[in-house]
Design a protein around this ligand. Structure first.
Ligand code: RB5
Length: 150
């Protein structure tokens, strides 16, 4: 599975840990930055990673900022992106099973590294359940189309 990962300065430390962690598990990961704790704007990173996922260059994306909020809001502006901000394992699993989330967002200032690794492992390993959930996820796409964004 090809994964795109990115963060702003507020998520740089956690992003570095998650990058190492998933590389050690054998995932093929591209790091879109940031590459230091120097201040950058989270919408820029969200845009780059989300576009790469929406185009199909990467199957999934992981985005990290201080809270995970700004970067997930920005990611969800890109048509085809379903970014889920997760701070617990239950939500991580459900975001894949029910919402077919293609981006996982987390907040470095909110959760610890070990929890973030568990959330990431579960999120990467969980498949979309389809069925009734497909109809609902398709309706998200319909909303995008209604605003000429699909
Ligand atoms: C940066 O200070 C911070 O605002 C950002 O990382 C994020 O938490 C925004 O939602």
């Amino acid at each position: 599975m090809k994964i795109a990962i990115g963060s702003d300065h507020g998520g740089f430390v956690l992003k570095s840990e998650i990058l190492k962690h998933i590389q050690s598990k054998g995932y093929d990961v591209k790091d879109f930055g940031s590459y230091s704790v120097e201040s950058v704007d989270y919408p820029d990173v969200a845009h780059e990673v989300s576009e790469a996922v929406a185009k199909g260059d990467y199957e999934r994306g992981i985005l990290i900022c201080g809270t995970g909020i700004g970067i997930s809001i920005a990611a969800n502006k890109i048509p085809g992106i379903r970014a889920a901000l997760c701070g617990d394992c239950f939500s991580a699993k459900a975001s894949r099973e029910h919402n077919n989330a293609n981006i996982l967002a987390m907040g470095e200032r909110v959760i610890g590294v070990e929890l973030a690794k568990m959330i990431t492992d579960i999120w990467l390993a969980t498949e979309f359940e389809g069925g009734r959930h497909s109809r609902r996820v398709d309706k998200i796409g319909d909303i995008e189309c209604r605003y000429n964004r699909g």
